[in-house]
Design a protein around this ligand. Structure first.
Ligand code: MG
Length: 236
């Protein structure tokens, strides 16, 4: 019996839950999929909605060049990137505003009641992010515990966004749990060494999230909220 190891495990306490945003806290991925595929079509590129889900988390630049390479055999110019991204944003903004994900509020309240920090780790580059979060989830997030595209050099699947989240919360990887929905986001979180729960809120198969490295794949945010105590007790 290794008492040292046991003691270590007993004192390793969960301190924070790191939340991705799109497809986790907001039901926004159908709009992103629609906007990306229609914007690409406008420029003679073809992107199926499922491919948007597979590449969720990539920067706009990275997503556009993925398609440009496939269809044009070259990277898009800066001008093309700007035009396509503006078109995507215009279509996205014309769609009905994404609603909070069912179950997200229940889970956030449970996490707050347990005294755990709530950290946002998103590849999104929206300046009004905190306003949106506060409108949907009042008093649950603070600007100090948010990582957005403005905070990092490398987006998901690079671990930098999640490492930055740990740094902002001043905790180690073993003191956190990540909630993600996208394969690249799961890869990023696992590369940062954090226990990662994938909630499969989109059309991808569970296997895709498992292969990305998810420690646990659950069917929805509501399911995670309803079963949070079990996850917490296994991890605290
Ligand atoms: Mg997401």
């Amino acid at each position: 019996m290794n008492f040292e190891l046991n003691n270590f495990e007993l004192t390793a306490r969960l301190k924070a839950v790191l939340f991705d945003m799109d497809g986790v806290l907001f039901d926004s991925m159908p709009n992103h999929a629609y906007a990306w595929s229609h914007a690409m079509t406008d420029f003679g590129l073809r992107m199926e909605p499922e491919e948007v889900y597979m590449n969720e988390g990539r920067t706009g630049n990275g997503t556009i060049n993925l398609l440009a390479q496939r269809f044009w055999g070259r990277d898009a110019t800066d001008g093309e990137v700007q035009q396509i991204y503006e078109t995507k944003s215009r279509i996205f903004n014309s769609l009905p505003e994404p609603q909070p994900m069912a179950g997200a509020m229940d889970l956030l309240k449970k996490v707050r009641t347990q005294g755990l920090m709530r950290v946002i780790v998103t590849g999104s580059a929206t300046h009004a992010l905190l306003d949106r979060l506060n409108a949907a989830f009042p008093d649950l997030f603070t600007p100090e515990l948010m990582v957005t595209a403005f905070d990092v050099h490398q987006g998901k699947p690079n671990p930098e966004p999640y490492l930055m989240g740990l740094k902002k919360a001043n905790i180690s990887a073993s003191e956190a749990i990540v909630v993600e929905n996208a394969p690249l986001g799961v890869q990023a979180a696992r590369a940062a060494g954090i226990f990662t729960i994938a909630v499969n809120t989109g059309p991808l198969k569970d296997e895709v999230l498992k292969e990305a490295g998810a420690d646990l794949v659950l069917p929805s945010m509501q399911y995670l909220a309803d079963n949070w105590e079990q996850v917490y007790n296994n991890h605290k």
